[in-house]
Design a protein around this ligand. Structure first.
Ligand SMILES: [Zn+2]
Length: 109
């Protein structure tokens, strides 16, 4: 795997985590015996896997759009070729962090 593959993998990690949580919650909700403690939440709990699946789809689309913009050169790119993240407020001012090398790039204001 190259550094760019690792960058793409890290960008899709929240999506994979949401999918894993959706599968685990589905497994827990279908295999656990009904309890009196969770009975009032029964119908609400059934929607958790669907909500997590929708969140995973949204996060996947966002990561895909960011990678597409990076590939077409429409995004801010680090000297190493990696994709720069969103602006963050740090101790020494505003900066962007590279998704590949992790280097912080200060923004001139
Ligand atoms: Zn970089």
């Amino acid at each position: 795997m190259t550094r760019m593959h690792w960058m793409a993998f890290r960008m899709y990690l929240p999506t994979l985590a949401c999918l894993l949580l959706a599968f685990v919650s589905t497994w827990l909700l279908t295999s656990a015996p009904p309890t009196t403690f969770l009975a009032p939440l029964g119908d609400t709990l059934r929607w958790i896997p669907y909500g997590l699946l929708g969140l995973a789809a949204l996060l996947g689309v966002i990561a895909s759009v960011r990678l597409l913009r990076w590939e077409t050169g429409d995004a801010l790119i680090c000297l190493c070729g990696g994709l720069l993240g969103s602006e963050r407020q740090g101790r020494f001012g505003v900066y962007r962090k590279c998704a590949t090398c992790g280097r912080s790039h200060a923004l001139a204001r």
